[in-house]
Design a protein around this ligand. Structure first.
Ligand code: ATP
Ligand code: MG
Length: 192
């Protein structure tokens, strides 16, 4: 179905708010009002945003600092990155999760989405986790014919940007309440 990302993002931000507050991280969301819907499964896309935001909160406070800031932005593109399958690359929607943490050394970037892969720093070991979050993200994005691009500077922070195929206008929203018709009520033979 079609999914409104702004709804997904605000639900996930709300769910992770206590975690962010506990880490001293402020989450700023700035999505355009007219962001088009994307093609996908709402719950799966929520999982993607949740894993990226959880990482940004966890790794977004620089060593020795006591506060951090995470920004979530979104927009549209006439042409997505080459990492995206050719079939869905035109007219896509992106969501970017940006933090200002310690960043990731370049040599680790290609392996981040491998299962159990963790950048071997005392800090990430101490922060805990299993190293599955980004592997799950990658799996979901592949199913969506979507892509993710990571941009990181050591000492500057990290941005994970997800690119998703845009839904055709008029496509049924995944989060629409089921209408009175044309779907017959389940388990009610009289309505069939
Ligand atoms: P889990 O998500 O299973 O709790 P995890 O966060 O360690 O554990 P991933 O989300 O897959 O696992 O991330 C893999 C590794 O990539 C992390 O251990 C961390 O080293 C690095 N990483 C991920 N996101 C960031 C980020 N925003 N800033 C710095 N490093 C990151
Ligand atoms: Mg994680």
């Amino acid at each position: 179905g079609a999914v409104r990302l702004e709804r997904v993002v605000s639900a996930v931000v709300g769910a992770l708010e206590p975690q962010a507050r506990a880490q001293g991280v402020t989450v700023e969301t700035a999505l355009p009002d007219d962001l088009p819907a994307v093609i996908g499964e709402r719950e799966e896309l929520a999982q993607v945003i949740q894993n990226l935001l959880a990482n940004a909160i966890k790794y977004g406070v620089p060593a020795g600092a006591s506060a951090g800031r995470v920004e979530i932005t979104a927009g549209t593109l006439r042409r997505g990155p080459v990492a995206m399958p050719q079939a869905t690359r035109a007219d896509c929607v992106f969501v970017a999760v940006r933090d200002h943490g310690d960043g990731i050394p370049k040599e680790h970037l290609p392996r981040l989405t491998e299962r159990f892969y963790r950048v071997d720093s005392a800090r990430s070991r101490q922060l805990g986790g299993t190293g599955l979050g980004l592997a799950i993200v990658k799996h979901i994005l592949n199913r969506h014919r979507a892509a993710m691009v990571v941009d990181s500077q050591v000492g500057g922070g990290t941005t994970f940007t997800v690119y998703l195929p845009r839904a055709a206008s008029g496509q049924q929203l995944d989060d629409d309440p089921p209408g009175p018709s044309p779907r017959p009520a389940r388990g009610n033979p009289a309505a069939a």
